[in-house]
Design a protein around this ligand. Sequence first.
Ligand SMILES: Nc1ncnc2c1ncn2[C@@H]1O[C@H](COP(=O)(O)OP(=O)(O)OP(=O)(O)O)[C@@H](O)[C@H]1O
Ligand SMILES: O=C(O)c1ccc[n+]([C@@H]2O[C@H](COP(=O)([O-])O)[C@@H](O)[C@H]2O)c1
Length: 209
Amino acid sequence: MESDTIKREHLIIPHVEDGMTIGLFGGSFNPPHEGHTLVADIALRRLGLHQLWWLVTPGNPLKSGNGLPPLSTRLAMSENLARDPRIRVTALEKSLGTAFTARTITHIVKRHPAVHFVWIMGADNLAGFHRWQQWQTIARTVPIAVIDRPGSTLSYLSSKTARTFERFRVNETDARALPFMRPPAWTFIHGPRSELSSTALRRKMNGPS
Ligand SMILES: Nc1ncnc2c1ncn2[C@@H]1O[C@H](COP(=O)(O)OP(=O)(O)OP(=O)(O)O)[C@@H](O)[C@H]1O
Ligand SMILES: O=C(O)c1ccc[n+]([C@@H]2O[C@H](COP(=O)([O-])O)[C@@H](O)[C@H]2O)c1
């Protein structure tokens, strides 16, 4: 296993104050792209967030780690791209020793019970969310904001997760209230969509296989 040196500032929980609203935006970011910054911008604006933590995963539990660049590389690329001062790029999951979102969220929420956290994800992740470890626990621990992504919005909204938590869906016009709501609570945010994906960028960089 190759060694990978992560800066100390990336391993600690960013500074927060009670009452703040914080978005948690997890991803592989292999590589990060402007679709990710669009999601971050939409979440910051529509949810009225004080901060957004850009959680670079040590490795998505459902994806093969083959060819995944080191965490330090994905952190550096993310920092280069995510210039909004409210964004904190972090490798928190590395220091927590987990790549499972349920464990990450449980830890963060226990540590800061008076901060209002929201899980942020693209609509494709809503489609497969029921395959995540303890997915129902996640939905019962923090509110969730789903940001639209090219693909079939209708199929995202008929996913197992959307159906299971249908009665807890909040209209996107009330998105600013979402961080303060008792979970389960989730919203689907429409808006400008980006066709960008890390897969397409990797293909471009590596050439046709
Ligand atoms: N263009 C996009 N629009 C909306 N959400 C996006 C977009 N790209 C990524 N996301 C979201 O950002 C988060 C991190 O995604 P990830 O780093 O896996 O990027 P990706 O482009 O989906 O990568 P890959 O193509 O390798 O699966 C996920 O919640 C994903 O849904
Ligand atoms: O906890 C899980 O079981 C789980 C399964 C799949 C994905 N996730 C998380 O979802 C986020 C988005 O992953 P990705 O690879 O689509 O960018 C990232 O934080 C992953 O760790 C989490």
